[in-house]
Structures are given as structure tokens and as C-alpha cells.
Design a protein around this ligand. Structure first.
Ligand SMILES: [Zn+2]
Ligand SMILES: [Zn+2]
Length: 234
């Protein structure tokens, strides 16, 4: 219920921003919108990179869950999972979810859209959009700058949805249309990330991957992202 209210509020705020942008429209809207879409892709990659390599908390059984060899439908696993997750805060749960996505990628594709985007909206894009709307109404922001904010907010909101869609067969027409125009990436563009876990972290359209791959290589070389963080320590 809280998430659905947040989604409605987000849609209202974006509609206000869109109205202000149209009222001040000029040709800068086009490059602004593309820049915002690029920055949203970069945000998807930066968050993904950080979450993949941030070490999980040790000593609470996350390694047991991660390396569990029996059925994940079994009562034993479900009890173990619930007891372990009860000890985690929402952020730690997200960190684990990113790592757990690598050996079991299709689970992300089975999640519904509200679950996929809920925490991003509540903790990131709703506060960002509220601030954008306030600034739009108080200051004479040019249309191109508002366009950056709007497409950044939309792209960031749907980042995990686009990622989930890369791991399912049946995607709605809008995703297929966005893929046809390369505004959203195709599953084949994401395969290299899963094959290596050391590159192509961005999952909206991959436009920022060439830059982020260089950043990642530098972070690893300088020891700031040790590879051990990729899996819960045994
Ligand atoms: Zn990953
Ligand atoms: Zn993936």
C-alpha cells in the first residue's frame, strides 16, 4: 500500500515536471532527455557494481543460503531463509539479492514490477523527483535541464524492472519497442556481465558500460573492490 501510494505520488510529480517542461519547451529538450537516459543507465551500473562487490555481513548464515545445494522449495530452506533474512536490514538484503542474482538469474525475471521498483522509488526516485518539482516551480530552470531530470528519474525508477526483463522471455510490447530503438538493452547485451561478473554492469541500455568498465578496472587494480566481495564468505 505504501509503495502504491509512492508510485501515484511519483507519477503526479513527474506530470507536473512534464507540464513545466512543455510550457518552457525548446530544442534542448532532446539532448537533455538523452543525457538523462544516459545518466540513469550509469546509475544502474554504478549501483550494480557497488552491490555486487560489497561484502555481505558474515556469521549469520548468508553463505549457507547462497551455497545451499538442496531444493529451494523445501521447508528446510524456506525456514532457514526466513530466519536469516529476519536478521537483515533492507540495505543488507539488497546487497545479498544482487549477489544471489548471479547463480540464479531467472528468479529476478519472475518478480513482479512493484517488488522490482518499490525500494528504488521509496528511497531514491520519489525524493529526487520531489526536489526536482520544487526546483522547477521555484526557479526558471530551462526545459533541457528539466528533461535531464525527468528521463533520469524515469530510467532510474525502472532500472531493476529493465534488468528483470533481461531474464524473462515474455516482455510487454513497450520493452520490445524500446529494445528495437536501443533505448533499452537486449538480453544478449547483458550476457557478458553474467559470463564474467567483471564488466558491463549497466542494465538499462548499456550506453555507459564503456566508461564504467574503465572505472571498474581501475577500482580493482587499486584494491578498492576486492573480488572476494562477490560471494558471501564461507
Ligand atoms: Zn552483477
Ligand atoms: Zn542479470
Amino acid at each position: 500500500m505504501k509503495i502504491r501510494l509512492a508510485l501515484i505520488l511519483l507519477a503526479v510529480l513527474l506530470a507536473v515536471d512534464l507540464g513545466v517542461m512543455v510550457a518552457r519547451a525548446d530544442w534542448w529538450i532532446v539532448p537533455g532527455a538523452l543525457l538523462g537516459w544516459y545518466l540513469a543507465d550509469m546509475m544502474s551500473g554504478a549501483v550494480h557494481m557497488y552491490m555486487d562487490y560489497k561484502p555481505c555481513r558474515e556469521g549469520i548464515g548468508l553463505d549457507t543460503l547462497y551455497f545451499y545445494e538442496g531444493s529451494r522449495e523445501s521447508d528446510h530452506y524456506i525456514k532457514l531463509r526466513d530466519a536469516t533474512f529476519a536478521q537483515l536490514g533492507p540495505f543488507e538484503r539488497l546487497v545479498f539479492d544482487f549477489k544471489n542474482h548471479h547463480p540464479r538469474p531467472d528468479a529476478l525475471g519472475r518478480r513482479n514490477i512493484v517488488r522490482l521498483i518499490g525500494s528504488t522509488v521509496l528511497f531514491a526516485t520519489l525524493p529526487f523527483t520531489a526536489l526536482l518539482t520544487l526546483v522547477c516551480l521555484l526557479l526558471p530552470l530551462p526545459a533541457g535541464v528539466i528533461a535531464v531530470g525527468i528521463t533520469f528519474a524515469i530510467g532510474t525508477t525502472f532500472a531493476q524492472y529493465f534488468h528483470g526483463a533481461l531474464h524473462r522471455q515474455d516482455v510487454p510490447w513497450i520493452v520490445r519497442a524500446l529494445r528495437a530503438t536501443r533505448l533499452v538493452m537486449r538480453p544478449s547485451d547483458h550476457a557478458h556481465h553474467h559470463a564474467t561478473l567483471t564488466c558491463d554492469f549497466s542494465t538499462n541500455n548499456g550506453w555507459s558500460n564503456p566508461l564504467l568498465n574503465r572505472v571498474f578496472a581501475w577500482l580493482q587494480r587499486s584494491g578498492r573492490l576486492p573480488p572476494e566481495g562477490l560471494e558471501p564468505a564461507r
